[in-house]
Ligand binder design. Structure first.
Ligand code: PEP
Length: 280
């Protein structure tokens, strides 16, 4: 059965662009999509200090704005942190959780990913939860075990209903910012694995579904991220289990990002027509 899942193209600008530069880049992205229809869900994730500018530019357009990270508490004595309440009060709709750079450099763990995911869902932010193996883990044949563990740990105490707003991104760490892309077929295989882990999680009694077989994972959009560019995105998005792209470096270039959005739009249209033909 073909399942309709939204196609999402998200740009993670990381620690790049001053507020003024972010405003210019966001304006170029908005300009490039303004006359287009059948767009995928587009999300720009600038640094915290540029959220205000990008939100102003994106207001009333098809472009959504996300944060790259957030604290899981609502408020308090946590110097330097930004809360989900602050983000939603500004108009931010999405948040990246557990990016590998947060895991690698800022002590993010599977347990804190789970706390952030719960907080995002509580505050109606759309979470984009990143999972993926390191180069050593891949070379030791641990990819599936690592990804399984990350996905299952993220879902602890999350009810099945909440998966309706959940997004995962498969981002092999060795492919991020390195120019090394994961083969499209392999990325698709791991995205399907993630879907399967979500289904298994909610099919088990402790997942809260009381032993019945769950299809929750079939409805969760799963993005691929890792050196996505205009030149490789078509091949990735032609595959059935890659529902979009989380784009780092290439999202800093409006022209490149526009081409990736066009590829997302093509995928969305193709999937919709497949659904119509299959009558589902
Ligand atoms: C990312 O930051 O999530 C990412 C995938 O980066 P890049 O596209 O630069 O590899």
């Amino acid at each position: 059965m073909t399942t309709q899942r939204k196609t999402i193209i998200a740009g993670n600008w990381k620690m790049n662009k001053t507020p003024k530069e972010a405003r210019e880049l966001a304006s170029a992205v908005v300009e490039s999509v303004k006359t287009k229809t059948d767009l995928p869900e587009i999300v720009l994730c600038p640094a915290f200090v540029a959220l205000h500018d990008v939100l102003e530019v994106a207001k009333g357009t098809p472009v959504n704005v996300g944060a790259q990270h957030m604290d899981y508490r609502d408020e308090g004595a946590f110097t330097g942190e930004i809360s989900p309440v602050m983000l939603t009060s500004m108009g931010v709709t999405h948040v990246i959780i557990g990016h590998s750079e947060r895991r690698q450099f800022f002590g993010e763990t599977n347990a804190t990913v789970n706390l952030r995911l719960k907080a995002a869902l509580k505050h109606k932010l759309i979470p984009i939860v990143c999972v993926g193996e390191s180069l050593d883990e891949r070379e030791e044949g641990l990819t599936d075990a690592v990804v399984r563990r990350q996905v299952a740990a993220a879902l602890i105490d999350i009810d099945e209903e909440s998966t309706k707003t959940l997004v995962f991104a498969y981002e092999p760490v060795w492919a991020i910012g390195t120019g090394k892309t994961c083969e499209a077929a392999e990325a698709n295989r791991v995205c399907l694995l993630i879907r399967g882990v979500v289904n298994e999680f909610y099919s088990r009694a402790e997942g809260g579904h009381k032993g019945a077989k769950s299809t929750a994972g079939d409805h969760v959009p799963i993005l691929y991220g890792g050196s996505v560019k205009a030149s490789n995105v078509d091949e990735q998005l032609a595959l059935p289990d890659i529902d979009g792209s989380l784009v780092g470096g290439a999202s800093l270039n409006a022209g490149e990002f526009q081409s990736i959005i066009v590829a997302g739009a093509k995928r969305q249209t193709t999937m919709a027509s497949k659904l119509t033909r299959s009558g589902t």
